[in-house]
Design a protein around this ligand. Structure first.
Ligand code: NAP
Ligand code: GLV
Length: 308
């Protein structure tokens, strides 16, 4: 039984060690050392190799090493090939940290105070308490829910939006396009934690920004292609938005002369909201392999129709 790993090479060494120690029956190979491609039954990757189906004719499962699977063109994969995304608690923990860091920074007006320091100005502004701050999350999946749970501990007014209806304690939940405007009207800080699908591509656009309270802030932790960049720049220029925090852009990295690099109202980080943690991700992956070997359902199976 052979697994081929094609993701960050450094973390690949940790994966190799874990397989040797805990699953010696599975041969671990690391890209580009593919060996006999006919022997590869499992592929764990971030970016898939070209002609995947032709190249690995005996592939049984495609495992994403990421929570998102938009890097795969699902239409090009054999219809019966299971695609499984990574439900790594390490990814969730990283995203919760990042979202909390940025929500607190925006809530406590850090962008304004950093500007004031640069201008040598000592000026206090009214403090808004957490229970008077409205924070909303687009996407109520494993990450959106974990972020909301942590934010609840600060006492924020919380709301969320998803495709299907949800009920979460302490969160005003909205679902579907028809409930999007009501959700947005309540978001002074909006966090995007949606997967990239045809429905969510370009969702962060002028119409969405216009539905937010004036001066709202955006944190995009989903995917860069969900953002209409020109609409963001216009919303920041007009004051409709006061700040954007972008962990993801399309493409990554942006060109050297891209306006996001120098924009005074944009904080940009290089897709580091979370990283797959080999130790925790390995347990999840191995568990899924064992389930597959026993013919049992795997966790994180992607629904090809929904695209996530
Ligand atoms: P998930 O568990 O699949 O949850 C996705 C959520 O989005 C679900 O609540 C789903 O609604 C909702 N959704 C999907 N399409 C929608 C639509 N058209 N309209 C409204 N809601 C929609 O995903 P996750 O594990 O939380 O991850 C979310 C995304 O975060 C990933 O896909 C990835 O793009 C991003 N991510 C980024 C980083 C980073 O480092 N920046 C790291 C990890 C993940 P239902 O609940 O109704 O299905
Ligand atoms: C990272 O972006 C992920 O989807 O896990």
């Amino acid at each position: 039984m052979t697994l081929l790993y094609k993701a960050d090479p450094e973390r690949g060494q940790a994966w190799r060690r874990l397989f040797q120690e805990q699953a010696p029956d599975i041969e671990f190979r690391q890209w580009p050392e593919v060996g006999n491609a006919d022997e590869v039954r499992y592929l764990a990757c971030w970016q898939p190799p070209q002609d995947l189906a032709q190249r690995f004719p005996n592939l049984e499962v495609l495992f994403a090493t990421s929570a998102g699977v938009d890097q795969f063109d699902l239409s090009l994969l054999p219809a019966d090939l299971p695609v499984v995304r990574m439900l790594d608690p390490g990814i969730v923990a990283g995203m919760v940290e990042y979202a909390t860091l940025m929500v607190l920074a925006l809530h406590r007006q850090l962008p304004l105070y950093l500007d004031q320091q640069a201008a040598g100005r000592w000026q206090e502004h009214a403090l808004v308490t957490a229970n008077n701050r409205r924070v909303g999350v687009l996407g109520l999946g494993q990450i959106g829910q974990a972020v909301l749970e942590r934010l609840a501990t600060f006492g924020f007014q919380l709301s969320g939006w998803s495709r299907s209806p949800h009920e979460l304690p302490g969160v005003r939940c909205h679902a579907g396009p028809e409930q999007l405007p009501a959700f947005l009207a309540d978001c002074e800080i909006l966090i995007c934690l949606l997967p990239l699908t045809p429905e969510t591509r370009g969702i962060l656009d002028a119409e969405l920004f216009a539905a937010l309270p004036r001066g709202a802030s955006l944190i995009n932790l989903g995917r860069g292609a969900q953002l209409v960049e020109a609409d963001l720049l216009a919303a920041l220029d007009s004051g409709q938005l006061s700040q954007a925090v972008l962990d993801v852009v399309e493409p990554e990295p942006p060109a050297a002369d891209h306006p996001f690099w120098q924009h005074p109202r944009i904080w940009l980080t290089p897709h580091v909201g979370a990283m797959t943690v080999p130790e925790t991700a390995f347990t999840v992956l191995l568990d899924n392999i064992r389930h597959h070997q026993r013919g049992e359902p795997m966790r994180g199976l992607v629904d090809r129709q929904r695209g996530y």
